[in-house]
Design a protein around this ligand. Structure first.
Ligand code: COI
Length: 331
């Protein structure tokens, strides 16, 4: 049996080698190239492919794989929003993802960045670098004094809740699908409006499905408390970036943590130092001292990357052996 993996980065190679060592009977080949309709042919002869990219898995790409007799595809990440679902169905694809590679990686990044914004840590650091060692006006807000509103209480949301409680914050939550344990402990508010009315920090941990697109917009921001801090380490399209910028400009929004951005594909994970920066709005956000922006790196830890690689290969092997995968994607 043979597995072909796309877009393998340097930091993933030791884990690919580790998996290969543990499965000497399987032929593993890989490339650093992304999967697209042209590179699909590299997988010729493989029984399954392991992939990871933010660009779309298009109809043409999936057809190109299907034409080679390959219809078992394992994503090394959680999000499946970039798959042409109709094409996946049409070509009979069996797809797996890695829904839980490390909730802590993402949750702790959100928590660190939130604390950073509340305490104005970056502002103080910049002042110090510039030789200004005065305290004022860089006064912080303690995390324990905040009501933290968590939208989405899946694996990541739950870890974020625990970390924020560790800081001493009061945590409230909203989810369409309530977790019974959290429900019994009284975390849930009845509506998003209730959460907006009570929370000083609002953190999103929901998927990018059509109903959630731009859930943070002018109208929802108007319902929030003054000086709210908005945190999005989930998916860019959840937030109407222009609305948050209006909130930052008016002073209604005190801080914005973002690790995902609605136009990030092709911009994040690229070196712009010697090229013209392609997005003026993003450039403006990056310059703001009360905005903590990272280029979709919340997931990027050794623990997470190891799990992404190992679980994706494990899933792919199960499928190509005709067994049930551990985490199949059901559209
Ligand atoms: C995911 O696992 O879906 C992520 O958000 C990681 C990302 C770099 C694609």
């Amino acid at each position: 049996l043979k597995i072909f993996a796309y877009a393998i980065r340097e930091d993933e190679k030791p884990f690919v080698a580790q998996w290969q060592e543990d499965h000497p009977e399987i032929e593993v080949q890989f490339t650093d190239q992304l999967l697209n309709e042209d590179t699909a042919k590299l997988a010729q002869g493989a029984d399954g492919v392991v992939v990871f990219q933010q660009l779309e898995y298009t109809q043409k790409t999936l057809k190109a794989l299907a034409d080679l007799g390959i219809n078992k595809m394992s994503l090394r990440n959680v999000g499946v929003d970039n798959i042409d679902q109709a094409a996946a169905k049409k070509y009979n694809f069996q797809i797996t993802n890695v829904p839980v590679y490390s909730p802590n990686a993402i949750a702790e990044h959100a928590a660190i960045q939130t604390a950073n914004v509340l305490r104005q840590a970056t502002v103080m650091e910049q002042k110090v670098q510039a030789g200004d060692l005065r305290w004022a006006p860089t006064i912080g807000r303690e995390v324990r004094d905040q009501v933290v509103g968590v939208i989405g209480t899946g694996h990541i949301g739950q870890v974020f809740m625990k970390i924020m409680e560790g800081f001493g914050a009061k945590v409230i939550a909203y989810d369409l699908f309530r977790n019974p344990d959290l429900e019994a402990k009284g975390y849930y508010v009845d509506s998003l409006d209730d959460l907006y009315a009570q929370a000083d920090v609002i953190s999103l941990h929901v998927p990018d499905v059509p109903a959630n697109v731009h859930m943070i917009n002018d109208e929802s921001i108007a319902k929030m408390k003054d000086d709210v801090v908005i945190v999005n380490v989930s998916r860019g399209p959840l937030v109407d970036t222009d609305a948050v910028i209006r909130g930052l400009d008016s002073g209604k929004v005190a801080g914005f943590v973002l690790d995902t951005y609605e136009n990030e594909v092709g911009i994040f994970n690229n070196d712009w130092r010697k090229k013209e920066f392609p997005d003026a709005r993003l450039a403006d956000l990056i310059k703001r001292p009360n905005v903590a922006l990272t280029p979709h790196t919340a997931f990027y830890t050794t623990h997470a990357v190891e799990q992404m690689v190992i679980q994706a290969f494990d899933n792919n092997l199960l499928m190509i052996e005709g067994k049930e995968a551990k985490t199949p994607v059901k559209f």
